[in-house]
Design a protein around this ligand. Structure first.
Ligand SMILES: Cc1cc2nc3c(=O)[nH]c(=O)nc-3n(C[C@H](O)[C@H](O)[C@H](O)COP(=O)(O)OP(=O)(O)OC[C@H]3O[C@@H](n4cnc5c(N)ncnc54)[C@H](O)[C@@H]3O)c2cc1C
Length: 590
């Protein structure tokens, strides 16, 4: 949909006691229900402010206060004793609403003022600032100003706004079917046009390095933006005030792959005692395309690992090309550059960083035992599954020299799987493939034959002169690529232990970094006795599901496409050349 268009809304210019304004405010409750904004806000608030006590919450553009009241009821006993400030240009909160806040243990203060002036003048700080259907009233310039004031005053910020796309626009024209009056019917369309898409709000957030920022479509018509401070000022203050209090509970991480080490590093940065148990040793080769793309790079930067990785030889990748056996796509520019680095180096470097931060790392030891024990996080990688729908899935990887690539990443679809090629340090190339075979079918091929592909394929000619480094060869079987929901696991897990994404997306490592980073704050809160283990586990699971649900859906679709027999025919040629499909899938799968 086109660019944002901010236009005046009728409700903002009607006196609060005008019958049309009163009717429109009633309509808004129905609209919020229809958009599921209450539910979206409750989940986002739980994630943004886990484990705090006696929270201070500020609502911007609070209206009649009924939405926050609904949130207060749904947030339940964990949020009792919250002090809420309801800020709006008009004071229209009724006495019944105020009494109802008291019934759920919240105290409420009303502020009738302009949001910019209040935030500039106010000395108070808040645990969370929350707002619903408010930001879209402002121009980009005003949002920038507002965000810098909010970031100064709060540890977390959560906003739900209209999502700007054709589907929302279409339904905004139908709000009359919900019984909405003329004011609401007008304002609904104006709101969607001024709403947000992609990561438009994130651009305005200041100091992104020190905040964990999430922005995405939520529900069918809403757009969620949330930001949580990573700034340790608050934690340091808390720790200082608790220095005489009970010691922090120790955390055990099973699995020292990327997810386990990322979580270990994040926890050590917060001073939490952590032990990682790893069945293997470092360094070692792993089956992986060694292509890091997507938001995980930001997680690495924040953990202070990205710079050392670049120094250790991570290579930026800017272009990609897709192939079937006979046809090539044009060379495409990656929307955001990726990094390619050998896992031999990457895992070792992360293990070193964890040790430098004072973590305890036990290598060469496979841990077995209770899955639901408190303080135990599973980062054990894939959950082995011999067959899936009658297929055996397996991966092969080796490094090779003497390969001329046409793009930084090449992905070759074959009848039995796909093989990715990407440049590494020196003139080495990672050659990594995912394959499937019917259970019980002949498997007498050598790994080199599998990686070369059929003799008439483009891949085969690309690898004609390749010289493989046999010591780098590794394989893995029993892969299960069906997406899983984190909330369905009884144990707390991150990375592939939670779910695998098809390797064609080049996003599995990123999901390992991201899921581990999402786990840091709730695990810290558990360790500091602010959350029970089951609460922390639930928050992590929900956050991961929210972050990955849509990505996994699209990745599954892409995986099916790669294995469709039609991929090798004329249909595959058309799909490979489609710029629109390329942009859609590269955006949706990361
Ligand atoms: C063929 C293929 C190609 C891929 N290509 C890419 C790519 O190009 N880009 C990308 O981003 N992702 C890719 N991936 C995915 C990526 O490799 C994984 O998503 C990532 O490694 C997951 O990290 P993890 O830490 O969750 O698991 P792992 O890296 O598998 O680590 C799990 C660790 O746990 C240890 N462990 C397990 N059980 C125990 C136990 N009981 N006690 C102690 N230790 C234990 C294991 O030894 C292992 O070291 C690919 C995957 C495959 C199969």
């Amino acid at each position: 949909m086109k660019e944002r268009l901010v236009q005046p809304e009728l409700l903002d210019h009607l006196p609060s006691n005008d019958p049309r304004a009163i009717g429109s405010r009633t309509d808004l409750r129905r609209v919020n229900w229809f958009m599921r904004n209450g539910r979206i806000l409750v989940e986002a608030l739980r994630e943004s402010s886990p484990g705090a006590h006696k929270r201070r919450v500020l609502e911007l553009g609070a209206g009649d206060g009924t939405l926050l009241l609904r949130l207060a009821r749904e947030l339940g006993p964990d949020w009792r004793e919250t002090e809420a400030v309801l800020l709006d240009r008009q004071n229209i909160v009724g006495p019944a609403t105020l009494r109802a806040f008291g019934d759920v243990g919240w105290s409420v203060k009303l502020l009738e003022a302009d949001v910019f002036e209040t935030l500039k003048a106010e000395g108070s700080h808040y645990d969370v600032i929350v707002t619903n259907l408010f930001l879209h009233h402002f121009s980009d310039e005003q949002l920038k100003k507002l965000f810098s004031l909010v970031a100064d005053k709060a540890k977390a910020f959560v906003a739900v706004e209209p999502h700007r796309d054709l589907c929302s626009l279409f339904f905004s024209r139908l709000v009359g079917l919900l019984g909405a009056n003329s004011v609401t019917r007008h304002d609904a369309v104006v709101s969607v046009r001024a709403g947000f898409a992609f990561r438009e709000l994130s651009r305005f957030w200041p100091d992104a390095e020190n905040w964990s920022v999430t922005e995405r479509k939520a529900g069918a018509f809403s757009h969620l933006f949330s930001a949580r401070s990573r700034d340790n000022r608050h934690s340091v203050a808390l720790s200082a005030s608790r220095s005489g209090g009970p010691a922090r509970k120790p955390i055990t991480i099973v699995g020292g792959g990327l997810a386990g080490l990322t979580l270990g590093i994040g926890l050590r940065q917060r001073g939490i005692p952590v032990t990682v148990w790893e069945a293997g040793t470092y360094p070692r080769h792993r089956v992986c395309g060694e292509f890091i793309s997507g938001r995980g790079q930001d997680a690495l930067r924040r953990l202070g690992v990205l710079e050392p990785l670049i120094a250790a030889g991570a290579i930026p990748a800017c272009s990609a090309a897709f192939f079937n056996q006979y046809t090539a796509s044009p060379i495409r520019h990656l929307p955001n550059s990726a990094y390619c680095i050998s896992r031999f180096t990457l895992d070792q470097l992360m293990a070193q960083r964890f040790l430098e931060l004072g973590g305890c790392l036990n290598q060469d030891h496979r841990l077995r035992g209770e899955t639901e024990a408190e303080g135990l996080v599973f980062a054990t990688g894939r959950r082995p599954q011999p067959t899936e729908n009658g297929w055996r899935w397996f991966g092969l990887k080796a490094h090779a020299r003497n390969i001329q690539l046409h793009a930084d990443l090449e992905m070759h679809a074959l009848p039995s799987g796909y093989v990715g090629l990407c440049r590494l340090k020196g003139d080495e190339v990672n050659v990594c493939g995912l394959f499937r075979k019917k259970a019980g079918a002949d498997s007498s091929f050598s790994w080199q034959e599998m990686l070369h592909g059929p003799s008439e394929s483009i891949l085969h000619s690309r690898l004609a002169e390749a010289v493989f480094d046999e010591s780098s060869f590794c394989s893995v079987a029993g892969l299960s690529l069906y997406p899983r929901r984190a909330v369905d696991h009884v144990e707390c897990c991150v990375g592939d232990a939670l779910t695998m994404t098809p390797p064609v997306t080049g996003n599995g490592m990123s999901m390992a970094f991201e899921s581990a980073e999402l786990a840091v704050e709730p695990v810290v809160c558990y360790s500091e006795r602010e959350l029970s283990w089951s609460q922390a586990r639930e928050i992590i699971a929900r956050a991961c599901d929210n972050a990955f649900r849509s990505r996994l859906f699209w990745a599954r679709w892409l995986q099916c496409m790669m294995f469709s027999p039609r991929m090798q025919g004329a249909w595959g040629g058309v799909a490979l050349r489609s710029g629109w499909l390329w942009h859609l899938l590269s955006r949706k799968t990361r």
